[in-house]
Design a protein around this ligand. Sequence first.
Ligand code: ATP
Ligand code: MG
Length: 118
Amino acid sequence: MADAANEAAPFVDFQDVWLAYNEELLRANHFAVEAIDLKVKRGEFIAIVGPSGCGKSTFMKLTTGLRMPSMGRIRIDGAPVTGPLKISGMAFQAPSLLPWRTTVDNVLLPLEIVEPYR
Ligand SMILES: Nc1ncnc2c1ncn2[C@@H]1O[C@H](COP(=O)(O)OP(=O)(O)OP(=O)(O)O)[C@@H](O)[C@H]1O
Ligand SMILES: [Mg+2]
């Protein structure tokens, strides 16, 4: 019974989520994303498609806890998102390699700077 309840509960759960990227934009009511209501079940595969600037990357930053919403509630696996999630990985669309490091040293960078791997 508990397992059935778990399967039914959404893995990703956005409730009326809004994000302004900074205080000035918030004061101006300038939101990068507005009123996102979305539920994704465990194991479900989704794709978000839309024109440049519609908020796809912003949605991923919110889902992975890299950005906190200005308003609304985000739960992942039943728990409120309070910061970067350890269970998620994200390939950024813009290159974020450090040119002065070798390839392998770039790959190892998270092991140097990210808790709890440091
Ligand atoms: N760091 C930021 N500061 C302020 N505004 C931002 C920032 N990053 C994105 N935005 C704005 O948020 C909105 C959504 O941008 P986002 O990057 O999420 O779009 P996208 O759908 O991923 O676009 P693309 O297809 O070009 O990758 C845009 O209006 C963008 O200008
Ligand atoms: Mg993007």
